[in-house]
Design a protein around this ligand. Structure first.
Ligand SMILES: N[C@@H](CCC(=O)N[C@@H](CS)C(=O)NCC(=O)O)C(=O)O
Length: 205
């Protein structure tokens, strides 16, 4: 397996600690990734650009320290740091983590934009826009997969909230020019729970 890290990231450190705790040093190659630079070759490996990122023995990639640590801990069927995961649904977990990565990125952009103009970082804004575009392009193909075509789970809801937030906050309409994503989102918008939470309630009084 390959574990992409930066050696300063506390999230990547968690995954590195679990590798050692579980005695997985011989099975996991720890690789330094180049994050937060434009056009890093790492973005071809993990389009969100975040670390940690694990590629398992089957070639399945997953991001998010919580998911990776649970996965590594569960490999021997005797997790010590997590509950036993009975449903070995790691590919779903990977998908959900990616939807959260998009939501987190858009939120960082919005937070930055809420600062006075002279306090905003153009570097942070550009970084999050680039990440959002890479992930939207990935989701344009992933929404046709059985997982995202199936009944709504958290990944559906997080992706919907992230795409709506991107559009309403001025980040951008990430479904534009992405027909699969647009069709998929329209289907999610039909859910009553999604509709009734789309807008803040009207102010009373
Ligand atoms: N929720 C994620 C957070 C991962 C994360 O944001 N890592 C930072 C390093 S501490 C990163 O990859 N930053 C690069 C970027 O934002 O492009 C996790 O727990 O793994």
């Amino acid at each position: 397996m390959e574990l992409y890290v930066t050696f300063t990231s506390p999230y990547a450190r968690l995954a590195r600690i679990v590798v050692l705790e579980k005695g997985l040093q011989d099975r996991v190659e720890v690789i330094a990734a180049q994050t937060r630079v434009a056009d890093s070759p790492y973005y071809k490996i993990n389009p969100s650009g975040r670390v940690p990122y694990l590629i398992d023995d089957a070639g399945v990639g997953m991001e998010d320290s919580a998911l990776i640590c649970a996965y590594l801990d569960n490999l021997d069927g005797a997790p010590r740091l997590h509950r036993l995961v009975s449903e070995q649904d790691w590919s779903y977990g990977q998908l959900e983590a990616r939807t959260r990565s998009l939501c987190d990125g858009v939120s960082v952009w919005v937070r930055e934009m809420r600062r006075p103009a002279n306090e905003r970082s153009p570097t942070v804004l550009a970084h999050e826009i680039a990440r959002g575009l890479r992930l939207a392009t990935l989701f344009e193909s992933e929404v046709t997969s059985p997982l995202l075509q199936g009944p709504p789970r958290m990944a559906h809801l997080v992706l919907t909230a992230a795409l709506d937030f991107a559009r309403t906050s001025g980040f951008g309409d990430l479904t534009e020019g992405r027909p699969n994503l647009a069709t998929w989102l329209a289907r999610l918008h039909a859910l009553p729970s999604v509709q009734s939470t789309a807008k803040p309630p009207a102010q009373s009084g």
